[in-house]
Design a protein around this ligand. Structure first.
Ligand SMILES: Cc1cc2nc3c(=O)[nH]c(=O)nc-3n(C[C@H](O)[C@H](O)[C@H](O)COP(=O)(O)O)c2cc1C
Ligand SMILES: Cc1ncc(COP(=O)(O)O)c(CN)c1O
Length: 209
């Protein structure tokens, strides 16, 4: 008899509703053991003013009982899209364990203190890069980027790098979390957790693969 959360998740004889954040942690820990790199990479989807979906990879940074955060340039395509339409979907797929987790829900901007703390933890080179890069806007050539980085580096000297206003984080607050585990002949296991709001209880539903 084994009793991982995953066993319970897919046990039809035990209808207990689990904490999906805890299941996430179990899978995420497994992924960290087996993925060659970036187990915390996720595809993040947003939508533009025309309703056209957009997607790109970001790194999952902080996570807690509120939700799942990532950091970026707020003038980037994703920044502009999420500020205008603060809802997102994300998916993580770990090839090494053949599992997928997807989530959807509203996004909120992290607090300045949270953004400052994460920014301060990054290597100085990354701090300077995110201040120098006008992410997602046209760049004439690579030389221009190098010159911008060099100018900023000289300007700062030995001073601490302060987080630029345009660089912060979003937190995806999931109202849906789906767990998918590969099965033989495409007969996968899927269970979707949903809740009506952040203060509402989760319910779970198995889905056809
Ligand atoms: C594995 C991986 C992780 C990435 N993580 C981030 C990230 O955390 N934040 C970020 O702004 N861009 C990240 N990027 C770059 C984005 O995928 C994307 O190129 C950039 O943010 C611009 O996207 P946008 O034009 O849709 O805003 C990452 C790319 C890869 C491949
Ligand atoms: C442009 C950009 N910004 C931010 C990140 C997130 O990583 P970190 O905060 O560790 O630099 C990445 C990761 N690839 C990135 O490419």
């Amino acid at each position: 008899m084994s009793n991982t959360l995953t066993d319970k998740l897919f046990d039809d004889n035990d209808p207990a509703v689990l904490d999906p954040f805890a299941i996430f942690e179990e899978w995420f820990a497994m992924a960290h053991q087996s993925e060659p790199n970036d187990a915390h990479a996720m595809a993040l989807a947003s939508v533009d003013d025309g309703g056209m979906p957009d997607v790109r990879m970001v790194l999952l940074n902080a996570r807690d009982t509120r939700g799942f955060s990532f950091f970026t340039n707020f003038g980037s395509a994703k920044g502009v899209e999420l500020l205008a339409h603060p809802k997102a979907a994300m998916v993580m797929h770990w090839k090494s364990i053949r599992r997928q987790i997807r989530m959807r829900g509203p996004v909120e901007v992290v607090t300045p203190a949270e953004a400052d703390a994460y920014f301060a933890s990054r290597p100085r080179g990354s701090q300077i890069a995110s201040a120098a890069s006008k992410q997602s806007r046209p760049l004439a050539n690579r030389e221009r980027l190098a010159a911008d980085v060099a100018a900023l580096t000289a300007q700062i000297g030995d001073a601490d790098m302060v987080r630029p206003e345009h660089w912060s984080g979003f937190r995806l607050v999931p109202l849906e979390i789906e767990f998918w585990k590969d099965g033989e002949f495409r007969l996968h296991d899927r269970v979707r957790y949903t809740r009506e709001g952040t203060d509402m209880p989760w319910s779970a539903q198995r889905l056809y693969p």
